[in-house]
Structure formats: C-alpha cells, structure tokens
Ligand binder design. Structure first.
Ligand code: NOJ
Length: 758
C-alpha cells in the first residue's frame, strides 16, 4: 500500500512538472528510478500484461490470437495489455487509453504501434527507392514528417526502419529495406531513427522507432518469404548485424525480431542474438517486440511443443513483448509460478517496456498523442512538396542513349503508354499506412501538369500490368494474356515524336508474402514494349516497381530507361520533373539489377571464390549462358551531365593504429549541365583470417558541380574502417595490404593500395 501511494505521488509529480512548465523533457529525468518504482508495485499478472500486444482493428497481417473483441476490452481494462497495434486516429487511441486510465489499478499507459513504413498520410518513395537518393538528410526529413503525421493521429510507435540486408530480387520485401549493402543500410537506419525519434522522444511530434527484423529475415532461401535462413557466424556478423548495431547505437527505442529461423534457431527464440549480442554486448536498453505471432509460430518451426513451450523459449531468449501471439498472456504467469521461468526475466522485460513509455512521456500525459490540436498545425501541402522533392531525388537514370532525355522543349507530340501510366494507386506502394487509395499523381497527370496546352499528349493503356490485387492480403490475380489494347497503343505510338512506356509492378506485387520466381515485366508488358518498339524506337521506358527487374531486352534495345520505383503521393510530378530536366537525376541503385533472375541472389560485395572469373577457362565461377555480373550494378546511376574521375591520391601508403590516410578523388563535371554525383569509396582487404568481399562500400559523399567544375572530394581512412568480424570472433582489423577503390558506381572504379601496420 505504501508503495502504491509512493508511485501515485511520483506519477502526480510527473503530471505536475508537465503542467507547470510544460517541459516534458524535465519529467523524463531519472527514468530509471521511476521505472524501478513502478515495477516494484506490479503484480505478476500486471507484469505479464505489459508484455502483451493486441491488434486493434481487423487489418490483420497474420493469424490472430483468438481473443474476441469483448474479452480484449476487458483485458485492457484490467491492465493485462501493454500496447496495441493498428489503432488509428486521435479518438480511437484516446478511447483505448481511457480503458486503461479509468479502470486499471496502476494506470500504465498503452503504446500504439503501426507500420508507418514510408509515410503516414503523405506517402514517400518505398524505402528501397528512397535509399536510391543516397540523401541521408532527405531520408531523415521524410521520417520526421511521417512521425509528425502519425503522432497527430494517435500513433506513437512505428515498426520502421526495416534494415534487413536483402540481396534477392525475388523476395517481395526487398522494397521495404535499403538494399544489399550493410554500410549504406546502416547510414539510412541512423537517419531514419533520427527522423522518427528526434532529439527527445518525449516531444509530442516524435515517435518511437523499431529496428527490424532481428535478424536475417532478408536472407530467406530462394527469395521465398518466411523461409529458412542458412548463414554462418561470419556472414551474420559482417553483413546482417552492422545496421542493427548502428540502430542500437543511435538509440532506437525498440527492436522487432523475425519470422525466420537462422542456422537452425528461430530468430524469436534466439538467445545469442537477443540476449547475448543485442542486450549484452551492445548494451542496448530498449525492448524487443516479436513479429506478428512469431512466438507461437515456433511450434510450426518444430522448435516448440506448444504455445506454453513457445512462451518459455521466447522469454528466455529475450523477446519482451508478444505481438498478437497469445502465448505470453496465456502462459507466462504459470511458467513463473511453476518455477520454469525466473520472474527476474519478466522484470527485465517490463523494465525495458516501462523505460520506453517514460521516455515517450506517456506517464506525464497518456493522451499527448491523442491531441486533436496537433493536426491543425500540420501543412499537408508542405509535406507534399517535400514528397515531390524526395521522389525526384530517388529516381535513377539507367540509360540515356543519344541524350533522348531530358525531353526537348521542341517536342510537341508525346505518347504515354502502359498499364502504369495512368495508375494512381500503384505508386502509393504496399505499406501505405493511411495513404489513400488512388491518391498518387499518375505519370500521365504529371506529364500533363508539366507541358501545358501546346504539347499533344496521347494515352493508351495497352495492357494490364499482369496483376489485379485489391489489397495487402489478397493474392495476385494474374492476367497473362489480354492483348486487346495493343492495337490502340501501337496507333498512338506511331503518331508520336517520343513514346513514354510506363511499365512495371502493381503496388501489391511487392511486399510481405509477395515473392516471385520471375522478375521480368509481368503479364504481356514485355510483348507490348516490343510491339511498340517496332513502330517507334524513340522510347523512354519508365519503370514503376518495388524490386530490381529483369530488363535485359530493354537495356539492349530501348534508348532511355528511368527507374522510378513506387515513388509515393507525388510520383507523376517527380517523374515529369526528371523527364523534362527540371530535376537532373542523381539517384544511384542501392541494389544490383540482374541480367537474369537465375543470378539471384546478386550483390556487388561478393567473395572472390577460389575460381574467380577467367575468360579463358570454363571451370571458373560464373554461368555458361549469362555473364556473371549485374546488368546495372550497385551504386550505378546516370545524370544529364557527365562526370570524370581522376585517380585517387593518398597522403600515405601506410596506415597506423592511431593515424589516418586522406584519399583525394578529383571529380569533374564534363557535361553541359549542373549536376549531383554520389562519389563512392570502397575498400578491399586482400588477405585476411577469413575470406573477405571483393570490395565493400566504406564512405560516400554527394557533390554538386557546375559544368567544367572540378572538386577534390576527400575521405579519411582509419583503422576502425578496416575492422571486421575476424576468425578470432572479434571486431578488429588485421595488418596487411588493402585496396582503396573510388568512382561513381561499384563497377567502374580506380584503385590505389596501402598497408595497415598497427
Ligand atoms: C508482420 C511484418 O513482418 C512486420 O514487419 C510488421 O511490422 C507486423 N506484421 C505488424 O504489422
């Protein structure tokens, strides 16, 4: 009783501090003392309650826990629930919070989580597309806006960023991450977390972020979603974990574990990953939420006998909160009472959950995210401007033969053809949060907005994009055969000076559960392209998609190709900005585009093998039918101007433990327009205690150069940059020879060498 009064006083003090000087920040000081104080009052049942997360709507992303709505409400009232997902709007979150605040004994506020993956209402490019901007400030800004819009609708926790390294274009969720490179993904992770969480989580316009999916989810065998992951310790530490470590260091509030098993252990039941590495070695103090029902799914993995066993495994492994799995709420109490689980494990989990709630300022004001005033201060128009800017930056120019682009002001007759040309829905992407259906500016609209009346713009759909999915959960309806629109498209193309072919993927063709064995232009789109090409060769192919596509024929035949992803709300305007040269493209691929799907998984930072490529011998590591390298490699992207790279200059050829080498890379704009270029630096460790990639991105910088201008771009190499997970099972560097390679993509690089002598 005494303790209860103490906490009531403590909570009152928090409210008091808030209302007195409205500096929420001051009220989150001494979080640890407050957490301990609350924890000391909690019954076992209440502790379990904090570790339970319920879904709040019918917007399910997997099988639900089978608790009916009425019972859920009762459980929320009695403090048996710690957080909810998919509860949207100021009113809905207020109502749910009131259930807790008006009925439960300890009144511990709920957190409200949601998949705000690339925007809440204003939709930005899908993460893979946005990463192509290589613009970390822009990525931070889109996260800041997403946080603001979410917070104004009651949501205080996003399940983003997804930072799974993904190298397999067959995997539908490749669009949700930042591609194939650990360094670039780490940088994006930090930018996103900063954008969502700001400098102080307690600010009403910031929300808690989630680093997911811990770990290895992007490596599902054969690109099949949820599939088994076979990677060893070396790959785990050197490739998968670095972005997660960066996220932990950046202070991400929560982690989400993963559906997959990894080398025989489901990620959700993985003690080494969760307890030993994340909470131990990295000393991270946030909490881990399971993925949707991933705790009971350990039964299907054949790793747990039943839900009770699954709960025991998960909690021992360090999973703190059960997302809609029904395992913790039904079994944790018994497991503690029978002595199978030590209550201290629950204390640790609850402490972590309370810590985040205190940091969010929810104990000061449980309704601070359910404030209708916030929405009044938001300018969605301003947000759309930013969305347009970021979308333009995310576009990658893949080919531009004969300088077909930018379109000349003299062009007076443009044909816009293809199933995605007037599609206002697909650019919104799969994880669209509250982005409205059909709310994107289509390419056709964007073109019309840009040209005015004295340019003739004709349109023909030509064909379907091969799919007709209505939403996130429904299967694709594949339309492979209907060519009835071809004749109109051909007619329109014949009469045009230039043809914009807008082809690619439906919004729901990528995303969760959307793995494919074919990654070409689905349906009859390829045929449509070839037929149109027969009557007009002046084609600009605009790709709208979420994954790397197999476009070898187009790369060979079509003069101009623009990779425009699922770009979000302002898609068509951003594409028009690039096509007409209002924005000079600066995007670079964050993922390799294959020549053939059979090359997947494909990535630039591969190992050399014992039989590297040789043109003279058959018995090398390659294919007999297709070249081994990418069609368009990681880091690749053109501009309307051209850049010339000089040989990198090193201040020294010897690096010591404490010292550094400055690398100077002269870059000249050799074209006629001002343009931006992402200057990239890669390093190769030539001999090491484990095999090492042929090159690894270690630094990049974006520069903007006027025509004729040369800039000496400088990078510092130090010992830390050379560290990796060695045969000693430690992050350390090893002495010896290294190559430093610089250039404008991962293939066309110039090299110097240096030695590390510690
Ligand atoms: C399952 C997905 O794997 C995860 O990323 C998402 O956050 C949850 N569903 C919640 O919707």
């Amino acid at each position: 009783m005494k303790k209860l009064i103490l906490t009531a006083l403590l909570l009152n003090v928090c409210f008091f501090t808030y209302s007195q000087n409205s500096t929420i920040k001051s009220s989150v000081e001494n979080v640890e003392t407050k957490v301990d104080s609350v924890l000391s009052l909690m019954t076992l049942e209440e502790k379990v309650g904090q570790m339970v997360q319920y879904n709040g709507s019918w917007d399910l992303t997997g099988p639900a826990s089978n608790v009916d709505a009425k019972q859920k409400e009762e459980n929320i009232k009695s403090g048996k629930v710690g957080s909810m997902l998919n509860v949207l709007s100021v009113d809905a979150t207020r109502q749910a919070q009131e259930l807790v605040m008006n009925n439960s004994r300890l009144k511990i506020p709920l957190m409200f989580g949601y998949d705000v993956i690339h925007g809440y209402k204003t939709i930005f490019p899908v993460p893979l597309g946005e990463t192509a901007s290589w613009d970390l400030e822009a990525m931070e800004e889109s996260a800041r806006i997403a946080a603001l819009e979410s917070a104004a609708h009651g949501v205080n926790w996003t399940f983003s960023p997804m930072i799974d390294i993904s190298r397999d274009a067959r995997w539908g969720r490749i669009m949700e991450g930042s591609g194939e490179d650990p360094y670039l993904t780490s940088k994006v992770a930090v930018a996103k977390i900063k954008g969502y969480q700001g400098n102080d989580l307690a600010d009403a316009n910031t929300i808690a972020a989630t680093a997911k999916h811990f770990a290895g989810y992007g490596f599902g065998e054969a690109g099949r979603d949820y599939n088994t992951v076979h990677i060893g310790e070396n790959e785990l530490h050197n490739t998968i974990l670095p972005p997660f470590k960066a996220a932990a260091e950046a202070g991400v509030a929560t982690f989400m574990n993963a559906f997959n098993d990894i080398d025989g252990t489901p990620a959700t039941g993985h003690k080494i990953l969760q307890r030993d590495i994340l909470k131990g070695d990295w000393n991270w103090n946030g909490f881990i939420v399971s993925d949707w029902a991933s705790i009971p799914e350990m039964i299907y993995h054949g790793f747990a006998r039943d839900k009770k066993h699954a709960a025991e495994i998960a909690v021992k492994a360090g999973s703190d909160m059960d997302m809609e799995g029904g395992a913790y709420e039904n079994h944790l109490e018994d497991l503690v009472k029978s002595g199978e689980i030590d209550e201290e494990l629950l204390d640790d989990s609850v402490r972590r959950i309370l810590r985040v709630k205190f940091k969010l300022g929810l104990f000061d004001d449980p309704y601070k995210y359910s404030n209708p005033e916030m929405l009044k201060n938001i300018s969605f128009e301003e947000h759309l401007k930013t969305a347009r800017d970021i979308a333009s930056k995310s576009i990658v120019l893949l080919k531009n033969e004969g300088e077909l682009l930018p379109l000349k002001p003299s062009v007076k007759n443009i044909a816009v053809i293809g199933p995605l040309a007037d599609d206002k829905n697909s650019p919104i992407g799969n994880w669209r949060a509250q982005g409205e259906e059909n709310s994107a500016v289509s390419v056709l609209e964007g073109i019309k907005n840009a040209v005015g009346n004295n340019v003739r713009v004709t349109y023909a759909k030509g064909a379907d994009h091969g799919t007709g999915v209505k939403n996130f959960l429904l299967p694709l309806e594949i339309n492979e055969t209907d060519k009835s629109g071809f004749a109109e498209a051909i007619e329109v193309a014949k009469n045009a000076e230039v043809v914009l072919m807008v082809l690619g993927e439906d919004a729901f063709q990528t995303g969760e559960g959307r793995s494919q064995v074919e990654i070409g232009l689905m349906g009859v789109q390829q045929e449509l392209l070839e037929e149109v090409y027969k009557v007009n060769k002046n084609i600009v192919l605009v790709l709208i998609n979420g994954r790397p596509l197999e476009i070898s024929w187009a790369a060979e035949n079509i003069p101009a190709i623009v990779e425009a992803w699922h770009l979000g709300s302002e898609s068509g305007n951003a594409i028009a900005d690039v096509l007409f040269g209002k924005y000079n493209p600066s995007g670079k691929l964050p993922v390799s585009f294959p020549r053939n799907v059979g090359q997947e998984p494909l990535y630039y930072n591969q190992k050399n093998t014992g039989r590297p490529y040789s043109a003279e011998h058959v018995t090398y590591s390659g294919y007999t039918d297709v070249e081994k390298d990418a069609l368009y490699p990681f880091g690749y992207g053109l501009s309307y101007t051209t850049f010339k790279y000089g040989v990198p200059q090193l201040t020294s050829k010897k690096l010591t433990q404490e010292g550094s080498i400055t690398v100077t890379v002269p870059v000249t704009n050799t074209g006629k327009l001002k343009g931006k270029e992402v200057v990239q630096l890669y390093i190769r460790d030539l001999v090491a205690s484990t095999t090492r990639p042929v090159k690894e991105l270690k630094a990049f910088e974006m520069v903007e150069l006027a025509p004729g201008e040369t800039r000496d771009v400088q990078f510092e190499i130090d010992e830390k940059m050379l560290q990796f997970y060695t045969a000693n099972k430690k992050w350390e560097s090893e002495e010896g020879e290294f190559e430093v390679l610089t250039g404008g993509n991962s293939r066309d690089l110039q090299k110097q060498e240096f030695n590390l002598n510690k």
